[in-house]
Design a protein around this ligand. Structure first.
Ligand SMILES: NC(=O)c1ccc[n+]([C@@H]2O[C@H](COP(=O)([O-])OP(=O)(O)OC[C@H]3O[C@@H](n4cnc5c(N)ncnc54)[C@H](OP(=O)(O)O)[C@@H]3O)[C@@H](O)[C@H]2O)c1
Length: 320
């Protein structure tokens, strides 16, 4: 009897695992002549996305902060396709500008698919970017907003180009307050790591969705956003520095494995958005498990407001 119970539980857990890791992109294309620009491709979801698209013969530009790890990915990519590595630190707006200058030097005329993938999550203390924005908002949203704006001429140079923003289900835990976008009032709170840091991440991921909703209205270029699922990557690197959270994570390792995706599985929805036929891709749409889903906390007015707020904050870097 007991053996049947254990077997039953094991089968249920395995089925749950299959359900949680679901969503496979079935589209295969020859991307010869197409150019993909992807941020944060030195590891995790970005690395697997770059390798998969490289396997389909696209020219791949990886923009990475960690150029040592980036070089290792570039070496892998160069075995299968034409690829380039550019340095990019999204938490420094000058680095974003420099990255675009370095891209210009490659003499690549167009970008067909821009994938804003890089992201930082849950720093355990209040941290800011070089220009003093809260780290997650400044990196995940503002850095990518500036990058996208500066790359618009290259996206316009390609026929049927698109922007893919890697967001998260965590966007549901958000509350954008333009009067305190940096959550600075909570910077010294003892609850920062468990309460406000997750909120800042959620806000930044909501911004990724709102940004994608507004791009085509502003530039006539299709854009979408997505949740990759719960994926075993280095995204938790800051969280594990907290001794209590580290113990909790270690204790839940088996469940974490069962309920999460590998980075290749996590790349599937990004691939779906990158490869979906142009006419089928829903402009401003939010995808999860390779399907269109309804995001929360979003509306057109908020997308418009975030755009104007971001453009104003970045005016100096956009006009420079
Ligand atoms: N893993 C999940 O469960 C999950 C769930 C929902 C959404 N996401 C989203 O998926 C995307 C990819 O994350 P991942 O899970 O693959 O995590 P990851 O393994 O930690 O990869 C994140 C990438 O972002 C880069 N990055 C971080 N800060 C940067 C900066 N200032 N400038 C340039 N690059 C920077 C990292 O570069 P370094 O190596 O130099 O730090 C790394 O390449 C993120 O946008 C994340 O929010 C992930």
């Amino acid at each position: 009897m007991c053996i049947f119970c254990i077997l039953g539980i094991a089968i249920l857990l395995w089925l749950l695992h299959i359900y949680m890791t679901g969503g496979v992109c079935k589209i295969k294309k020859d991307l010869s002549g197409k150019v993909v620009f992807i941020t944060g491709a030195n590891t995790g979801i970005g690395k697997d996305t770059a390798l998969q698209l490289g396997n389909m013969n696209a020219t791949i530009v990886i923009a990475c902060r960690d150029t040592i790890k980036g070089q290792l990915v570039l070496d892998q990519l160069n075995k299968i396709t034409q690829a380039y590595l550019i340095k990019l630190d999204l938490s420094c707006l000058n680095s974003v500008r420099q990255c675009v200058e370095d891209f210009k030097k490659l003499n690549i005329p167009q970008i067909d698919i821009l994938i804003n993938n890089a992201g930082v999550m849950a720093p355990q203390t209040y941290k800011t970017t070089k220009q003093s924005y809260e780290l997650q908002f400044g990196t995940n949203h503002l850095g990518h907003f500036l990058l996208t704006e500066l790359l618009i001429p290259y996206l316009k140079a390609a026929e049927q180009s698109r922007v893919v923003n890697v967001s998260s289900l965590a966007h549901r835990h958000s509350n954008l307050n333009f009067k305190d976008i940096n959550l600075a009032q909570y910077a010294n709170s003892k609850l920062w790591s468990i309460k406000y840091s997750p909120l800042a991440y959620g806000n930044s991921k909501l911004c990724n969705i709102l940004h994608a909703m507004e791009i085509s209205k502003r530039h006539g270029i299709k854009a979408c956003s997505l949740h990759p699922g719960a994926v075993r990557t280095e995204l938790m690197r800051e969280v594990v520095q907290n001794p209590i959270l580290n113990v909790v994570l270690k204790l839940s390792t088996v469940f974490y494995f069962l309920l999460s995706k590998s980075s290749l599985q996590g790349a599937q929805t990004t691939l779906q958005c990158a490869l979906e036929d142009y006419d089928k891709l829903v402009d401003g749409g939010y995808y999860s498990d390779c399907k269109l889903k309804q995001p929360q906390n979003t509306n057109k007015q908020l997308a418009e407001k975030l755009w104007e707020f971001s453009a104003e904050k970045l005016r100096f870097y956009l006009e420079k």
